[in-house]
Design a protein around this ligand. Structure first.
Ligand code: IMP
Length: 180
């Protein structure tokens, strides 16, 4: 479907399922090369990253572990600017090679909040894999080690990302249509 409607808003197709999956495979190949023999621990940030994390993890060709945390900052189509931990980290990351898995880096506040907490626990290394990045919206500059797509500063849904709860099940990524 080229155009979809969720709640009160209309969205246009932006990235097809095959484009996304090809990119996820590329990132998995890069990570598999970079982390051979290191048994990295992936920390996927719920809710939005569940689909990216699953597809990425399936494509790895090395030993690796995964766990999940839940951070909340978004309401509707905007960041509240206030990040809270809804489900915390239950793994010891001391001396582990850690890769954070994010669906999208928008303002960067979520990772700006979370990364110092992780550094405090002295991982052996800490890198970020983000499927999407909105460079124009990023207020807290971050070095993203594995980026899928740099996108314009427009709200997107699908492939795990939602608009007020809807749209996470879509296989493609859709962009908010300009209001007339
Ligand atoms: P940040 O803290 O502003 O970088 O935003 C991080 C979180 O906000 C992401 O993990 C998403 O869950 C959510 N988010 C940011 N931009 C979008 C978007 O365009 N669509 C849906 N969710 C978004």
């Amino acid at each position: 479907m080229a155009v979809i409607r969720l709640h009160d808003k209309t969205f246009d197709i932006y990235l097809s399922e095959s484009t996304i999956l090809e990119k996820v495979k590329e990132i998995a190949e890069q990570i598999s090369n970079d982390y051979e023999g290191k048994n990295p621990l992936f920390i996927a940030i719920l809710n939005g990253s569940f689909m990216f994390a699953a597809d990425l993890f399936k494509q790895l060709t090395i030993d690796a572990e995964i766990c999940f945390i839940k951070l909340v900052s978004y309401k509707g189509v905007r960041s509240t600017g206030h990040v809270t931990t809804a489900i915390g980290l239950d793994h010891d990351i001391f001396n582990r090679h850690v890769i954070i898995v994010e669906d999208i880096v928008d303002t960067g506040k979520t990772l700006g909040f979370f990364i110092p907490k992780l550094h405090h626990q002295q991982p052996a290394s800490l890198k970020i894999a983000a499927l999407l990045h909105k460079p124009e919206a990023t207020l807290h500059p971050l070095e993203i080690d594995y980026t899928g797509f740099s996108i314009p500063n427009k709200f997107v849904v699908g492939y795990g990302l939602d608009y007020d709860g809807l749209g996470r099940n879509l296989r493609e990524i859709y962009q908010l249509c300009e209001e007339a």
